[in-house]
Write a protein that binds this ligand. Structure first.
Ligand code: SAH
Length: 264
């Protein structure tokens, strides 16, 4: 841990210091020399310095310019390290690769940007091979939740549409400096090479899912009345008195595709 840099709340800085947690993360990722890998928010390099010896090149995206000199020093000025001083929310990951399913992304993410960042990355899911993130445990639970579970919602449907989701392990606040107020967890997201259920219009799909979960306690009939009429519910063979939280990804895709057909 640095004696110089004072962690900044504004940048969501909680630096990992527990060596056993760091080792667990590295073995889960299992970096290979030729991997095309990017780390979001490397901070002072707690994870970075353990990845570098295993790969030929590592690109990191870090917003806080003040941590970068120490990051570089902690990585022994490695020539394999490429630092992009940028906001990951705006970073165009296709700068790193154009090859489908090639990019590996890792990050102990600032919790305040985790959801928008995941959506930003899902937009570019076709180039991504896998992603390993440390997130607030509740957010990980939401991404991995199945229909009917309390944590199930818009984030679960959207993430599971694009990715296979694996909840790996929980990390206690004591592993960080300063300790966050909540438990954290590591999640693995692997974008489907071929979507198991493809929506004919992904913008419409995202709109339908957002609209449905705006009122998760109402019936589907009520939530989606601007999109779906009674005849369509019958055709879809979905009971419109169900709640949005009871439908799976495939149901939302079916609804979207039916709406799309109806619009034509
Ligand atoms: N990976 C390090 C640091 C985690 S703290 C570790 O595990 O110790 C989160 C890091 O993300 C900080 O370094 C913070 O400056 C950086 N960060 C915050 N917002 C960011 C953004 N929008 N884009 C890129 N990096 C960001």
């Amino acid at each position: 841990m640095s004696k110089k840099h004072i962690p900044r709340k504004r940048f969501g800085q909680h630096f990992l210091h527990d060596p056993s947690v760091i080792q667990q993360i590295i073995s889960a990722i299992n970096p290979q020399p030729n991997d095309i890998m990017a780390e979001i928010g490397p901070g002072l390099g707690a994870i970075t310095q353990h990845i570098l010896p295993k790969v030929n090149r590592l690109d990191v995206i870090e917003l806080d310019r003040d941590v970068i000199p120490e990051l570089i020093a902690n990585c022994d000025h490695s020539e394999k390290l490429f630092v992009h001083q940028q906001d990951a929310l705006r970073y165009d990951f296709s700068e790193l690769t154009e090859k489908p399913a090639s990019l590996r992304i890792i990050g102990n993410l600032p919790y305040n940007i985790s959801t928008p960042l995941i959506f930003h990355l899902l937009d570019q899911a076709n180039i991504i091979k896998d992603m390993y993130f440390m997130l607030q445990k509740e957010v990980v639970a939401r991404m991995a939740a199945l229909p009917g579970e309390d944590a199930y919602g818009r984030l679960s449907v959207m993430v599971q549409y694009y990715c296979e989701v694996d909840y790996l392990f929980t990390v206690k606040p004591g592993a960080f400096t300063p300790p966050p107020k909540v438990d954290s967890a590591i999640i693995a997201l692997r974008p489907h090479q071929q979507l198991p259920h493809a929506a004919s219009d992904e913008t419409l799909f995202a709109d339908v899912v957002r609209t449905a979960f705006n009122h998760r306690r109402k019936t589907l009939r009520n939530c989606l009345k601007e999109y779906v009429n009674e005849a369509m519910w019958l055709q879809l063979n979905i009971d419109p008195v169900l709640r949005p939280e009871e439908l799976g990804v495939k149901d939302y895709v079916d609804i979207t595709n039916a709406i799309r057909l109806n619009l034509k």
